[in-house]
Design a protein. Structure first.
Length: 135
């Protein structure tokens, strides 16, 4: 979906549910997102129920898959770099991708939403009540 003002896209969002780091749809959604609009601000959201075995959020396999996918923009878009955006408390982990399209700078924020919330469950000693679609 897009946030618009006076008919112009201010920010565009694309989301998918995936628990596989090598899921080709992650790249497909990035390419679709950047082709959707002439906006220079995008949000690529991945909802994941992958059990990561207590790894720090920045070291998960899902995040590594998103990092790799972020380096595959569509033709005509140049990948400039990727940086971590610090996530505190229960906020989702985020990466900021920098791109150039037709001479203009473009930013894509990649958010990884942990649908399992294992770290929060462990912090309050809650039971593992996850009933989901596996990994």
């Amino acid at each position: 979906f897009a946030i618009k003002k006076d008919g112009l896209d201010i920010a565009v969002f694309e989301a998918l549910k995936s628990s596989l780091p090598n899921d080709g749809r992650i790249v497909e959604h990035l390419q679709k997102l950047l082709a959707y609009s002439n906006s220079n601000l995008f949000f690529h959201v991945t909802y994941s129920s992958r059990k990561e075995g207590g790894k720090a959020r920045k070291d998960t396999e899902m995040l590594a898959g998103i990092r790799k996918a972020a380096q595959s923009p569509p033709a005509g878009v140049e990948f400039l770099g990727l940086e971590d955006v610090e996530a505190e408390s229960g906020r989702p982990y985020c990466l900021r991708g920098a791109y150039r399209r037709h001479g203009d700078d473009v930013t894509v924020f990649f958010l990884l939403i942990d649908m399992r919330q294992d770290a929060l469950r462990e912090a309050i000693d809650a039971p593992d009540a996850w009933v989901g679609a596996g990994q």
